[in-house]
Every structure is written in structure tokens, then in C-alpha cells.
Ligand binder design. Structure first.
Ligand code: NDP
Length: 254
């Protein structure tokens, strides 16, 4: 069997792709040949991201919708399928973070975090799966986190959601295995993105991350692109249900 990372002829949807990890993953998938659909809620930001990826030689489209809005998800996937055919690759990347001590955590923040980080990957998968099943192939990649496995103070709902993402991945992989649709997760460690702005700017936290990570540095968003391309490709044809940690080694040491 040929070893292929080529995604030519595939259609990939990346949620939350205007910046950060989603943008880097979208650019990677486009570089590998996929027609890559960038999702987000800000049409202007998505247009700028598309221009950048197309300047790099990639083919893109945009889908503006809120991943936490079930009706919007269903309508957007139907629209994409009408334009491009069944989606081959879904990357559930959109996510949010809020930080408060658990006793003061507003319920609306809990609800928003669970809706965006856990319910949305389920909704997007549910909407894309009938098309994948009809075609007899498909790949879903969920963006999990170190917090799928570990805890940290002030981010209890995020930890609960990301733990759920890991189990969502295993559940989907188990049920969909017979259909040929593969479902995996990528668990990033500490990566330099806007989501972590407050942590990056905090000297004490920055020092802690560098000291606690065997590779002694934060990750760069582009360092997530390779594993996403691999998992999306036929080179990963017998890999399903797995969570791959991309964390400079943080998860393997105390
Ligand atoms: P950013 O905050 O930089 O980007 C998040 C993206 O998600 C934005 O483009 C945002 O766009 C989009 N988004 C947020 N809510 C929604 C929504 N309801 N519908 C559609 N799009 C939405 O975050 P990162 O790039 O850092 O994080 C990406 C993913 O990686 C997240 O799931 C995060 O939990 C995970 N992760 C990140 C780590 C890190 O160190 N950075 C570590 C571990 C996991 P807009 O607001 O314009 O819609």
C-alpha cells in the first residue's frame, strides 16, 4: 500500500480556523492538497485567513457559523455538501477558555464552555456523518488538550469538557469503526496562541511552562499541522480512537 500524506481531492472543514491552532491546521491541510473550508463567527477574520492560505497556494472556502448553534451547524454542512460534496475531513478545533475559582464560576460560563468545547464537536460530527457514511469514508479529528488528562486550578469546566472530548473520540471511533470512518484527537500542550495570552504575558507562568516542559519551550501553532495532516491522510488508515499528545513531553513527566 502506498504511503500517502496527499489530501488532493479531499474536502476538509476546520472549525475556529481564523487564527491560532485552527488556522495553522487549515494551512497544513491546504498545503497537503485539500480544499479547506475555514469556519468561524467573524467573516472578516476568515476572509483574511483565506487570503493568507491562498497566497501560499492553497484552495479554500469559508463557512461562517457558530459551532454551538445546532441549526446553524446543520444548515452550514448542508450548504457545504451542496457546493463541494460530502466532507472528507472534519477538524473540531473551535474552543473557548474562561478562568475563575470553581466556587465563583458563573453558570453561563460553564454552559458556554461545554457548548463550544464539547457539544459542538458532537453536533458538527453528527451533521457531517451521513455524507461520510454515504461515501464510505471520512475522518474526524477533535482538538482535545493536556486537560483531557490532567487538572489545573481555575479551569474546571474546560477540564471537564476536554476530558469529554477524549471520550467522545473513543465513543465515536467505536461506533463508526465498521463504517471506515476514523475518529482521533490531538491533545496540544501549551501553545503560543491568543487563548493563552494572559498566561504568556505572566512571567511566573511562562517560567513554569518552560521549566515543566522537557523541551523547555512553548509550542508553535504550526507544530500541530503535521499531525493533523497525518491523521487526515491514508497514512493513518488503521489509526482510530487515539489521542495524540503534542506537548513537548509535558504529559510524560512529573
Ligand atoms: P484561539 O482563541 O486562538 O482561537 C479559537 C478560534 O475558535 C477562534 O478563531 C474563534 O473565532 C473560534 N471560535 C470560538 N468560538 C467559536 C464558535 N462558537 N463558533 C465558531 N468558532 C468559534 O484558540 P487556540 O487556537 O489556542 O485553540 C484552538 C483549540 O485548541 C481549542 O479547542 C483549544 O481548547 C485547544 N487547545 C489549545 C491549546 C493552546 O495552548 N493554545 C492547548 C490545548 C488545547 P471567532 O471568535 O472569530 O469565531
Amino acid at each position: 500500500m502506498p504511503l500517502s500524506l496527499d489530501l488532493s481531492g479531499r474536502v476538509a472543514l476546520v472549525t475556529g480556523a481564523a487564527r491560532g491552532l485552527g488556522f495553522a491546521i487549515a494551512r497544513g491541510l491546504a498545503r497537503a492538497g485539500a480544499l479547506t473550508v475555514l469556519n468561524g463567527r467573524d467573516a472578516k477574520a476568515l476572509a483574511a485567513a483565506r487570503t493568507s492560505i491562498e497566497g501560499d497556494g492553497g484552495r479554500t472556502d469559508a463557512a461562517v457559523f457558530d459551532v454551538a448553534d445546532r441549526d446553524a451547524v446543520q444548515a452550514a454542512i448542508a450548504d457545504l455538501e451542496a457546493r463541494h460534496g460530502a466532507i472528507d475531513v472534519v477538524v473540531n478545533n473551535a474552543g473557548i477558555q474562561r478562568r475563575h475559582p470553581v466556587t465563583e464560576f458563573p453558570l453561563e460560563d460553564w454552559d458556554a464552555i461545554i457548548a463550544t468545547n464539547l457539544t459542538a464537536p458532537f453536533l458538527v460530527a453528527q451533521a457531517a456523518l451521513p455524507g461520510m457514511k454515504a461515501r464510505g469514508r471520512g475522518v474526524i479529528i477533535n482538538i482535545a488538550s493536556l486537560m483531557s488528562e490532567f487538572g489545573r486550578p481555575t479551569i474546571v469546566p474546560y477540564t471537564a469538557a476536554k476530558g469529554g472530548v477524549r471520550q467522545l473520540t473513543r465513543g465515536l471511533a467505536t461506533e463508526l469503526g465498521p463504517t471506515g470512518i476514523r475518529v482521533n484527537a490531538i491533545a496540544p500542550g501549551y501553545i503560543l496562541t491568543e487563548m493563552n495570552r494572559a498566561l504568556i504575558d505572566n512571567k511566573e507562568f511562562d517560567t513554569w511552562v518552560r521549566g515543566r516542559t522537557p523541551m523547555r519551550r512553548w509550542g508553535d501553532p504550526d507544530e500541530l499541522a503535521g499531525i493533523a495532516v497525518f491523521l487526515a491522510s491514508d497514512a493513518a488508515s488503521y489509526i482510530t480512537g487515539q489521542t495524540i499528545f503534542v506537548d513537548g513531553g509535558m504529559s510524560v513527566c512529573v
